[in-house]
Write a protein that binds this ligand. Structure first.
Ligand SMILES: [Zn+2]
Length: 676
């Protein structure tokens, strides 16, 4: 039931999914009151956002609070209204979609029923795990859980073949850990070590809730932890996961079955409803080897404990109160420092939106779209694309051959704006049971029949389908499809406002559009060609020049100290930092070249542009969240997304002449990378 991450693995987006809560309309566009006691050259992010940050403390149920969370709150409220309406829809077949939404929402809000059921919704799966007597049983059980939408050890889903991008094939992606990533198991530093003990205690607590005496729960937790430690050894690091060459491994089903039989490739290929499988893209070959060895050699009783724990742990947000509380206590309180659980309605509408994406999305776009949005945003896309094309043509460091290919790729880059042209058909989905049962049914249905479900394997990539729903506040670039996706939810204030000035819209949504466009040419994206195939189109000389320029960005971010002694990883965050840098550069120039001049002097307008852009990232964040994200997130923290970029942009210095050598973040011209 963890899912959801699957379709977002390769794509590079604007931010990670965030946890949040209710209340407050984000209002119109952000009006920033700068703090004049902070010099713009010392910390522009703080200069712009300090006043807002002081007056917007983090609500107890959030780990951060900022522009994105405010808009997510509005979307949540919209989803609640939609769910409440659907709750009252009755029997007519024409409203089946809304009936399903109503059923799901009702089951999620039935706290008394959920509490009374305890772990009953998992009893069949727990019995299956309990009945494992052989290696064959073990393989069968892990594949059965995958087919039910509860894959624990890996993600298995359909995506474009990176070497033949018009065809969908299965991808196999590492999973199976309870802590954020492998580094928490293999590094015993001051940031990570404290979490190891807390995680062991959490595992023991789950066993206690399942009725084990304390001593046994603790012993079983030690076994589960040791299993995870072994799995973690073979996991790719977060930096390795960003390497398209390492993570593209198209292997035949026959080879996989011969070399790693314990995983059960034939059984995966035979999941009911799957299209024909001949090859699989193995994202992390080292993990496949490690997992296969463990499945073949670790004691069966250890595996049973592992599966039992992970099944219950991953389902616990949808089980009775003690399980839900324990889930919160570790995954939100300890990991992110959040003080209180989100209200139930919010937990339910988010889950509903996650597993019934298109079903909810179709209703959402019917009610919550400004008719002007799509056309206006398309205009901004066009102007940024034009600006990017011109700038590539004029680059002094790139040769003509590479330029021609780059411009071809840019021209071919797709843009999906608003919502899909084709919606997933949910007519085969039956809901009726418990909340956890409905979640299971919806997850299993989506795995097979979703927008890009396993039933599409072997077939063509359909350009009309979307892999995320329109009600998600997110945007991304998908390299294997060479396309940008902008759900309608993010095309709202403060990111885009049909009533706002161009300076505001270009500074915000324009930056995000430029960000996603740049991803097609960042250190990862540039390795894919115009058709989305992993195919090098750069001359060796231009590739080397690009890498030298990006090395300056790596060094720059390596020096940012997020918390005392904790520095950003410039390699992990490189793609996002390049996209932020390119994105703001493109948005600025597109705005200057396209938009009607505002009613204020040009230099004041330029200042307003950079202030609008910086205000988009304003946020207050709990220290635990900051620490965890700095260790795992390929996106830099919001203040560095602003400050890391601005001081590299010449026009920023022209707009803020008071930024001078000697200011804390002033960068000498020779230290500023020049890329796009
Ligand atoms: Zn991004």
């Amino acid at each position: 039931m963890k899912r959801a991450a699957a379709t977002l693995i390769l794509i590079t987006c604007i931010l990670l999914a965030a946890c949040t809560t209710p209340q407050t309309d984000p209002g119109p566009t952000p009006v920033s009151v700068v703090n004049e006691s902070i010099l713009p050259g010392d910390d522009f992010y703080l200069y712009v956002n300090d006043a807002w940050m002081r007056s917007h403390p983090i609500p107890a149920e959030k780990n951060h609070y900022g522009s994105f969370t405010q808009l997510e709150d509005k979307v949540d409220a919209d989803l609640l209204a939609l769910s409440l309406k659907a709750e009252n829809v009755s029997g007519r077949e024409a409203d089946r979609n809304r009936i399903l939404i109503g059923q799901f929402y009702r089951s999620g809000m039935d706290q008394a029923g959920i509490d009374a059921a305890g772990i009953a919704p998992l009893k069949d799966d727990l019995a299956m795990i309990d009945a494992i007597r052989s290696r064959k049983d073990l393989t069968n059980a892990t594949v059965t859980l995958t087919a039910e939408g509860s894959g624990l050890l890996y993600e298995y889903f359909a995506e474009a073949n990176p070497r033949n991008s018009t065809v969908l094939i299965p991808w196999f992606y590492q999973a199976g850990l309870g802590m954020p990533d492998r580094s928490y198991y293999v590094h015993n530093d001051t940031e990570r070590r404290p979490l190891q003990e807390k995680y062991r205690a959490h595992v023991a607590k789950i066993f206690s809730l399942l009725g084990e005496p304390d001593q046994q729960a603790s012993a079983d937790a030690t076994i589960v932890y040791a299993m995870e430690e072994k799995l973690a050894q073979s996991h790719f690091t977060s930096v390795e996961n960003r390497d398209p060459q390492m993570t593209t491994n198209i292997i035949s089903l026959t080879d996989l079955e011969q070399k790693h039989p314990a995983i059960g490739w034939d059984l995966l290929a035979a999941i009911r409803g799957s299209g024909p499988v001949t090859v699989v893209n193995v994202y992390q070959p080292r993990y496949v080897e490690g997992l296969n060895t463990l499945l073949a050699t670790a004691p069966l009783e250890d595996w049973k404990l592992y599966l039992r724990y992970h099944l219950v742990d991953s389902a616990s947000p949808y089980l009775s109160e003690p399980f839900e509380n324990e889930h919160f206590a570790f995954y939100e309180k300890i990991l992110y420092g959040t003080d209180a659980m989100k209200p139930r309605w919010k937990r339910v509408v988010r889950t509903e939106s996650g597993v019934l994406g298109d079903l909810v999305g179709r209703e959402y776009v019917r009610e919550y779209i400004d008719p002007r949005t799509k056309g206006m945003v398309r205009g901004i896309f066009a102007s940024i694309r034009r600006t990017f094309d011109n700038r590539i043509a004029q680059l002094s460091w790139m040769g003509e051959a590479t330029k021609a290919k780059a411009r071809e790729k840019l021209a071919a880059m797709g843009e999906k704006i608003g919502y899909p042209g084709r919606w997933t058909d949910y007519s085969g989905l039956e809901l009726s049971g418990s909340y956890a049962g409905n979640l299971r049914a919806a997850s299993a249905f989506t795995l097979i029949h979703g927008a890009q479900g396993l039933d599409k394997i072997g077939g063509p990539v359909n350009p009309e389908v979307w892999t995320i729903p329109p009600q998600l506040v997110k945007a991304f670039y998908d390299p294997t499809k060479n396309e940008m996706v902008f759900p309608v939810a993010i095309l709202q204030p403060p990111f885009f406002d049909p009533n706002a000035d161009a300076v505001q819209n270009y500074g915000c949504i324009g930056w995000i559009i430029g960000h996603e466009m740049t991803h097609g040419f960042d250190d990862q994206g540039r390795q894919y060609d115009r058709n989305g195939n992993l195919n090098d189109w750069w001359t060796a000389e231009d590739a080397a020049d690009f890498t030298n320029r990006t090395a300056m960005v790596v060094t720059e971010y390596n020096h940012f100290e997020v918390l005392p002694g904790l520095y950003l990883n410039g390699n992990l965050t490189l793609g996002e930092n390049l996209a932020d840098f390119g994105g703001l550069t493109l948005a600025y120039h597109a705005w200057k070249e396209t938009a009607d001049p505002p009613d204020i002097p040009a230099d004041a307008a330029d200042r307003q542009f950079f202030i609008s852009a910086a205000s988009m990232w304003r946020v207050n964040e709990r220290e635990d969240a900051t620490r965890l994200l700095a260790l795992t997130d390929p996106h830099s923290p919001p203040n560095y997304r602003v400050d890391g970029v601005l001081y590299n942009i010449p026009e920023f210095y022209q707009a803020f002449l008071e930024v001078r050598p000697g200011d804390a973040l002033y960068r000498n011209v020779t230290d500023r990378p020049v890329i796009w």
